[in-house]
Write a protein that binds this ligand. Sequence first.
Ligand code: TTP
Ligand code: MG
Length: 406
Amino acid sequence: MARQIMHIDLDAFFVSVEQVENPELKGKPVVVGGRPDRRGVVASASYEARAFGLHAGMPLTTACRLCPQATFIEGSFPKYRAASQRFMAILADFSPYLEPVSLDEAYLDVTGFESIYGSIYEMAVAIKKRIKAELGLGASVGIASCKVVTKVASELSKPDGLLEVAAGQERSFLSPLSVTKLPGIGNKTERVLNGLGINTIGNLSIMPLTTLKSHFGVSGELLWHYSRGIDDKKVEPPAEAKSISRETTFGQDTRDRSRLKATLRYLSERIGSQLRQRGKQARCVILKLRYADFTTITRHHTLRQASDSDQTIFDTGVELLNQALSQEKQKVRLIGIGVSSLTEPAKQLDILDLSAQRLERLNKAVDHIRNKYGFTAIQTGRTLLLKDLFHSGEDGYTLHTPSLSR
Ligand code: TTP
Ligand code: MG
């Protein structure tokens, strides 16, 4: 039996959440990502702003030049995360076969569900209605027999769209569209394809498989299948994250050790708190630095014993930072820290290791207060310095990252 899959993606997600909170922004050019005089890029642009050429990833300064009348909003990740959780909960009510892809995007396997809703199309209408009624947000939905076609269809139908591609029509639906509509085709791949005389997905679908493989390796095979509307991938529940990382860009490049360390301390605390919330420990700590000339390096260190302690993550990060700075004289533009090789916590702490037990109790107490009163309710001496660097909100400092990641 042919599968029936939906791809659901919220329209101008971050901006729309702001418009729900602030209805006078509806119907206007709005940008979330930061104030125009700051460095950074557009995270989300309203469709009215897109009419001026604005899009995600564009530097804010360019966005402001093209559309000075737009409202620029810093954005608040916790708000978007909360909206995302409610969005996913609505989808999970419709089918248990849910695969969240990002905050505002998910696949739903709905094979056989037409008996409940009359048709899959009607089911999609019901999903859109609930999202609108409960969250005030617009969603676009693609329906087809495989994931890649649903994704192209939802994108094509935006905003507030609904597009169903009938079984058997996958290839003819894709054929006239530009190759850039296929997921995974960035500027570089597009240039190579154009060089081969391929502009539409139809052009791509008649290329010999061997030609595509010779240019793109295994991805060539994937492209060849996609172009014919073939994608066997299942809708799968999310795998557990294999790593956690946090990073931020500085307002001004710096080599000031106390600033760098204060930021590292804050990021380490956020990671420690995430680890403990998920009941995980990490074996590997990774430091990321981007220097003034945009050179980016990562350095990692494997711990002898897995840990979820802020202090251990921070200490390891500082060691890696000192090593890196001794080899490079440039100022730092971005600093990030991450952990990987996540494991279940060791069953029992060594009962003789009183300091480890004390540390665990302290971490628990801090997490408890932060869950109740917000992340900045407790600050360590070192992170207090950050007050001058970042805006402090209820959920912590607002970091400057292109994706507004926590
Ligand atoms: P998208 O779904 O790609 O974009 P969108 O929802 O703003 O607009 P639409 O789907 O209607 O085209 O991304 C979802 C959110 O993810 C977006 O609102 C903001 C965030 N995001 C970033 O922070 N940085 C980015 O570069 C992109 C593409 C998205
Ligand atoms: Mg979206």
